[in-house]
Design a protein around this ligand. Structure first.
Ligand code: SAH
Length: 454
């Protein structure tokens, strides 16, 4: 096929599908071309940019037959910014695509064509949903720029507005950028490793309105910090916590080791359902609080607790799911690999007066077999692993001990499907899968699946 196609060829194609990262797919005699900015069922003129042996890339020249689901992206930097991938698709269209993505892996990878995949639970107002923004700052031609990265680069798309973050984050992005020079602070330069301000991280507790601003700096010395605090307090009067985090290294990792409270409290407090959480500058916390509640309620429904059950929450983070389940269970055991998160989980149990949740730091695939060895028994197992899915050793342990119900929370449908197949082969039956939209306008989709023993 590649012999007949050349770079810079222009042709009209029909877009068949969308990949998991939001590229359109068109096939020329079976040879797939990946094209950004197009949608399924569209006809478009494209120009070939790269030809590999098994697939190629092309750029959009003109959409000749638009999809009925195509909309004008409301964000003015959507076409260059890497933050969102699907703003040109109506929200309903996005939810349909996400359901189809899950359906596909259930058929193809899990080999479960009969398992129901429910319509995706979406948001009524899918904007301004992120409670955390990590805004990179850079110096460009002597001026500060701030925004988000272009896809697969460290090049900032300079902007003052991001429609999925809080209004406070917009105000801070714009103000700090503008005032930085005045204050006498330089934005960081990745190439020369000079300049001071690397990132501004803004976190808002949705339930209480408390706001934290973290200034990530290359040097500990922040001579103009009083001026900075004053500017921040002036433009976001609801700020309750201003933190400096020092990251001296040449690295892509945002945070460094040292954290200093410049103003107010070291934490902000948020609630999910009726559970309180203290969030510090570096704690892991779900970024879409409204949908987190939807997700956890679904997990709770699937867990079907009567109050007599002993439950495992594997990959528990700061214990959010564990504490959410604790009131309806006899005992909950949470396990998580990051020790700091387990400390947060224990403190969160205390501030909520919950004494039937127990937490242990370590790899789930080692800690859980040890619990079984100690003679503990479990009725329900909740897992919420990272993108790579459950460790094989953990799946083996599950199949050995056969808890009655498994609630699988997943941020990656492909590894969910792979693990469901393994659990099915070991005697579990997948009853249903409920996708939840945690990240509108991105290609991500979260799922909760219920498995029961045969
Ligand atoms: N359930 C939590 C966090 C889920 S994110 C919530 O809803 O907020 C997945 C978590 O798994 C992360 O906190 C990560 O640190 C943890 N993790 C990764 N590998 C692990 C392992 N092998 N054992 C236990 N936890 C692990």
């Amino acid at each position: 096929m590649t012999e007949r196609l050349n770079k810079q060829d222009r042709l009209t194609v029909y877009v068949e599908d969308l990949t998991h990262d939001g590229s359109g797919v068109a096939k020329i005699d079976g040879y797939p071309l990946f094209i950004r900015d197009v949608l399924p069922e569209e006809e478009a003129v494209i120009e070939i940019t790269k030809l590999n042996k098994k697939y190629g890339f092309a750029k959009l020249i003109e959409v000749t037959k638009p999809s009925p689901n195509r909309v004008n992206p409301p964000c003015h930097v959507f076409w260059t910014c890497g933050g969102c991938q699907l703003q040109h698709l109506s929200y309903e269209g996005q939810l349909e695509r996400k359901r189809k993505m899950v359906r596909d892996v259930m058929d193809r990878i899990a080999k479960l064509p009969h398992v129901p995949v429910h319509p995706v639970m979406g948001m009524d107002h899918p904007w301004r949903y992120r409670n955390k923004s990590q805004i990179p700052f850079q110096e460009r031609d002597g001026e500060a720029v701030a925004g988000f990265y272009k896809t697969k680069t460290h090049e900032i798309v300079d902007t003052d507005v991001c429609l999925i973050q809080t209004e406070e984050a917009d105000v801070l992005m714009e103000t700090i950028k503008r005032e930085l020079r005045q204050i006498g602070i330089h934005a960081y330069n990745e190439k020369t490793h000079r300049g001071v301000l690397r990132h501004v991280v803004v976190r808002k507790a949705r339930a209480t309105g408390e706001l934290m601003v973290v200034l990530v700096t290359r040097t500990q010395n922040l001579a103009q910090k009083d001026a900075m605090i004053e500017v921040i307090r002036k433009v976001v009067p609801n700020v309750t916590s201003i933190i400096q985090n020092v990251n001296t290294k040449r690295t892509n990792v945002i945070f460094g080791d040292e954290t200093i409270v410049l103003y107010g409290e070291p934490v902000i407090v948020d609630t999910i359902g009726d559970i309180k959480f203290e969030i510090s500058a570096r704690s892991f916390y779900q970024v879409n609080p409204e949908q987190t509640e939807v997700l956890y309620n679904q997990a709770l429904t699937y867990a079907n607790l009567s109050g007599d059950e002993t439950v495992i929450d594997a990959y528990c983070g700061i214990g959010t799911i564990s504490l959410f389940l604790a009131k309806q269970a006899k005992e909950v055991y949470g396990v998580e690999i990051v020790p700091q998160a387990i400390e947060d989980a224990k403190r969160n149990a205390v501030i909520n007066g919950i004494d039937n949740a127990h937490f242990e730091a370590g790899p789930a695939e080692i800690v859980i077999p040890n619990w079984y060895k100690d003679g503990k028994e479990f009725d329900v197992l909740v897992v919420d692993p990272p993108r790579k899915g459950c460790d094989e050793k953990l799946l083996t342990t599950i199949l050995e001990h056969q808890p009655k119900r498994i609630v699988y929370v997943s941020c990656n449908p492909a590894t969910l499907a792979r693990d469901l197949r393994i659990l099915e082969d070991g005697g579990y039956r997948t009853q249903e899968v409920q996708p939840v939209d945690m990240f509108p306008h991105s290609t991500h989709v979260e799922c909760v699946a219920l498995l029961t023993r045969e």
